[in-house]
Design a protein around this ligand. Structure first.
Ligand SMILES: [Zn+2]
Ligand SMILES: [Zn+2]
Length: 335
């Protein structure tokens, strides 16, 4: 079968054996999504070798759970050892010996077929299209924030990053009714969020926030970050190492920064600001798929405008290059 693989630090469309793992289900991928993590993995993040991809929807071809065969599914990407305290406590997402689809020790979804344990698969409701269902994993990751912190309508929240993840998170967080501002660098992406009803502010070259109308009640002008409003929560979803410094500039004393970006390399950080201002820094990764599927079923979050382009699996190398290009949002692969 065809698979988009990282081998010897090179991305290539390869001929690969159909993945068959003892006791697992075989899923034919119908649609998969490229996210920033895939791009970072291709750059060396997580030191991964094998087939890329963890956001998918597909149809079950074989499974020890016969009721799944022929059904349309999405899949929780982490597979725990099943034996340790974390796994027995129903938290395989943090099992030290876990594998993760297309990220850690397990071939991923940018292929004709993928393998996952039957208990990782969730049936997609008929009313949810493939183009919606393919967002289940990143949507669950966005919803994870609301499992970790309580955001109230009276809170001021900033999302740093106007890319794929920032857009998704903004749409999810906006549902809390909080005072939300997305902060980014790209006019077209900020405009897209604005059209979804999210307030936006632009980050300039020298750490300056260019405020749009209602961000500061001033006419569009440059306001030094030191004079910018302070937020109760700042969600860092920029996908780059500079995002955390911006978050630290924006958070109020005793506020919480939620970190969503995974990327290759390290961040230099003035930790004394965290200490002096008693900032909570919370890492946030995968979330619960059930909640994400329910949200998709409710049709309350419009994801259509986030899709930039679709490629066939045969064009997946080009699709990765497209996903990396500035201004591109979600790139999908079809099989
Ligand atoms: Zn992802
Ligand atoms: Zn375990």
């Amino acid at each position: 079968m065809k698979a988009l693989r990282i081998e010897d630090n090179k991305l290539k469309l390869a001929d690969s054996a159909i993945p068959r793992r003892e006791g697992e289900a075989l899923v034919r991928m119908t649609m998969a999504g490229i996210c920033n993590t895939d791009i970072e993995i291709a750059r060396g993040y997580a030191d991964f070798r094998g087939t890329l991809g963890h956001e998918f929807v597909g149809v079950v071809e074989e499974s020890p759970d016969r009721s799944q065969i022929g059904r349309r599914v999405v899949g929780e990407i982490n597979v725990g050892c099943g034996q340790c305290d974390l796994c027995r406590g129903n938290d395989p997402r943090h099992c030290l010996d876990r594998t993760a689809l297309g990220i850690r020790g397990r071939d991923g979804a940018f292929a004709e077929y993928l393998s996952l344990p039957p208990q990782n698969l969730l049936i997609v409701p008929d009313s949810v299209s493939d183009r919606q269902a393919v967002f289940t994993e990143p949507l669950a990751a966005a919803l994870e924030i609301l499992d970790q912190v309580e955001i109230r309508a009276s809170d001021r929240v900033a999302v740093v990053g106007d890319g794929r993840l920032g857009q998704l998170i903004s749409r999810v967080i906006a549902r809390t009714g909080c005072d939300l501002t997305m902060i980014g660098k790209h006019d077209a992406k900020l405009e897209l969020a604005a059209r979804a009803g999210v307030k936006t502010a632009k980050l300039g070259a020298a750490g300056i926030v260019l405020c749009n109308g209602d961000f500061s009640r001033q006419a569009p002008t440059e306001v030094a970050i030191t004079k910018a409003p302070r937020f109760d929560f700042v969600i860092e979803a920029s996908g780059s190492s500079g995002g955390l410094a911006v978050a630290l500039d924006l958070i109020r004393p005793r506020g919480a920064i939620i970190l969503k970006s995974t990327f290759r390399g390290a961040v230099r950080l003035d930790t004394s600001r965290i200490v002096v201002n008693e900032i909570s820094v919370i890492g946030s990764r995968c979330g619960r798929f059930e909640t994400a599927l329910r949200l998709l079923e409710s049709d309350e979050v419009d994801l259509g405008p986030l899709i930039s382009r679709e490629y066939q699996l045969a064009g997946s190398v080009e699709a990765m290059a497209e996903a990396e290009r500035r201004g591109t949002l979600k790139v999908l692969l079809t099989n």
